[in-house]
Design a protein around this ligand. Sequence first.
Ligand SMILES: Cc1cc2nc3c(=O)[nH]c(=O)nc-3n(C[C@H](O)[C@H](O)[C@H](O)COP(=O)(O)OP(=O)(O)OC[C@H]3O[C@@H](n4cnc5c(N)ncnc54)[C@H](O)[C@@H]3O)c2cc1C
Length: 539
Amino acid sequence: MSPSGLRKGWRDDAWQSLTRGPWDVLVIGGGITGAGIARRAAKAGLRTALVEQRDFAWGTSSRSSKLVHGGLRYLAHGQIGVVRDSVRGREELLRVAPGLVEELAFLMPLYPGAKPGRYMMAAGLLAYDMLAGRRTNRYLSASRLSSLVPPLRTDRLTGGFRYGDAWTDDARLVLRVLADARDAGAVTLSYARVDDTLRDRSGRVVGVALRDDGPEGSGRTCEVNATVVINATGAAADRLRKGVGGGPRIRPLRGSHLFFPSKRLPLANAVGGAHPADGRPVFAYPWDGVTIVGTTDVDEPGDQAIEPRIAASEIAYLEAWISDMFPSLGLRGCDAVASMAGVRPVIGTGKSDPSAESREHVVWDESGLVTVTGGKLTTFDAIARDALHRIAPRLGGKSSSNGTPLDVLPTMAVPAGGQLEPEAMRRLAGRHGRETAEALAAARQGEMAIIEGTRNPWLDVRWAARAEGVVHLDDLLLRRVRIGLQLPEGGGRIMTRVRAIAQQELGWDDRRWAAEEAAYRRLWATAYAPPERAAQDAG
Ligand SMILES: Cc1cc2nc3c(=O)[nH]c(=O)nc-3n(C[C@H](O)[C@H](O)[C@H](O)COP(=O)(O)OP(=O)(O)OC[C@H]3O[C@@H](n4cnc5c(N)ncnc54)[C@H](O)[C@@H]3O)c2cc1C
C-alpha cells in the first residue's frame, strides 16, 4: 500500500507521530486550503503535519457547488485576479486530474431585458476564454438551445451562449490532495481539534494545544510545536485569530443547494440564468447521477462548529428560479432527494449585497499565526503557493516546489480493462489516485456493479471503509461516497448492503454499528433532508 492509505490503526500512528514534533509547518484545518498547503509544504521537504477537528473535508470543502470554474460573475464585480487564478487553476486540474475534474458545458439562455444582455455577455465570455488561453464560447440560436435543454422556458427566448467550465467531487478532491501530501511525508489526523495556540514569552505562536476527539481517543491531549502554525480553518478562522488579538474579519456567507433525481430534472449541460427576484445567477447542472440546483448567498450568523442547513427562505428562492426557468416541470423542493448548505469564508468589507464581497484569498501573519482563508476550491494550489512563498523567510528560505496541483498518475497505476466500463475506470482512478489498483483488487463478487442512482461501484464502499480514514458513518456516506446526497433517505434504503460490506472492514461490533447508523440518520434528517411534502403543502 502507498503511504497515502489510512488503514486500521492509522489514527494512533498519526497521534504518536504528531507528539514527536517539532514540525516546520503545522496546518490547522483539513479542507482544501489546508490540504493544498500541507501538500506543497511536504513537497518542499518541510516537516509537515495537518490536523482537522472533524472528518477531512467536513467543512465548506465538501459543501461547495462542486464546480472547478473561473466564476464568470466575478468578472462583473471586477475581481479579475480571482477569475484569472481560477481559470488557470481549472485548466491545470483538467490536465492533471482526469476522472476527478471533468469538463462541463454551461448554457446561458438570453431573454429580453435580462442582465447581462447579449453583447455584455459576449464580451465577458471572450475575456473569460482569453484568460484561460482557449476558446470555449459560442452563440446559440433559441431553437438550438431549446433542443439542448427541452424543459427550458421558450417564451421570449432569443438565444444564448455556451461556454466551458468543469465539475468535480469536492470532498474527493480534498482527499486526493491529502493523499499526495502523505505520500510526500506529511502526517494528517482527523478528529483532532486545536483548542488554543501556544505562545512564547514574547507572545509569538509556537505551537498548538491539541485534543483527540476520535471515538477511541477518549479526549487525550498534547502540545505540538511548530516553526509556522497555519490557521486554515475557513469560515471559523476568526476564532483562533481572537487568541492572538485579531479582530473579526470574516463574513460567513451561507450557500445552499437542492439535489434532484436526474429523471425529475434531466440535464446534459449546466444551465444558468438570472434569478427573477434579484438578478443573481443561479445554476442547474448534472453532478454524478443527480441534478444540483444552487446556490444562495446569505449571511450565516450560526456557530461554525455546527452543520449548516438550508433555510425555508432559501428553498423558496431556489424554487422560484426553477419555476421561472423550467415552468413545465412543476418541480418543488420536496421533489429533491437531499439538500446541502455550506458557509463561504469571505473577508467582510461591510457591503450590503453579500454577493458583492470579494472572493480573493488572504494571508495574514498575526503574532506568528498565519491565517490563510477566502479564495475558492478551484484556486487551492495558487493559494498554497502564495502561503508557502509568504512563510519561506521563517523556514530558512524553503519555499513551495514547482510542479502540478496534483501528482499526475503514472499510467502503470491504472490497470487496463477489468470489469468496469472505461468511463467508470477513469472516474475510479481520478478518485483513488495511486491506490486505484489496490482498490480494484479489494472488490468482492458483485462489487464492480454500480450502486443504483449513483456512479459509484460498490467497491468504493469497501475501499473507503478499509483504507480511507473513516471514523464515523457520515464520513463514509457523505464524503467518501456521496450516497447521502444522491439517494433517498440518505441511502437509508440500501443500508443493509452498506453494512454487509463496511461493518467488518471498519471493525465495528453490532452495538457500534447501531449507534453510528442512528447518529447518521439523525444528522441526515436535520442537515441534509429535502423539505417534507406535507410541510410544503401546508405552507
Ligand atoms: C455554497 C458554496 C458554494 C461554493 N462553490 C464553489 C465552487 O463551485 N467552486 C469553487 O472553486 N469554490 C466554491 N466555493 C468556495 C469553496 O468551497 C471554499 O472557498 C473552500 O472550500 C474553503 O476551503 P477551506 O479549506 O478554506 O475551508 P473549509 O473547507 O471549511 O476547511 C476548514 C476546516 O477547518 C476545520 N477546523 C475549524 N476549526 C478547527 C480547529 N479549531 N481545529 C481543527 N480544525 C478546525 C473545519 O472543521 C474545516 O473542515 C463555494 C463555497 C460555498 C459555501
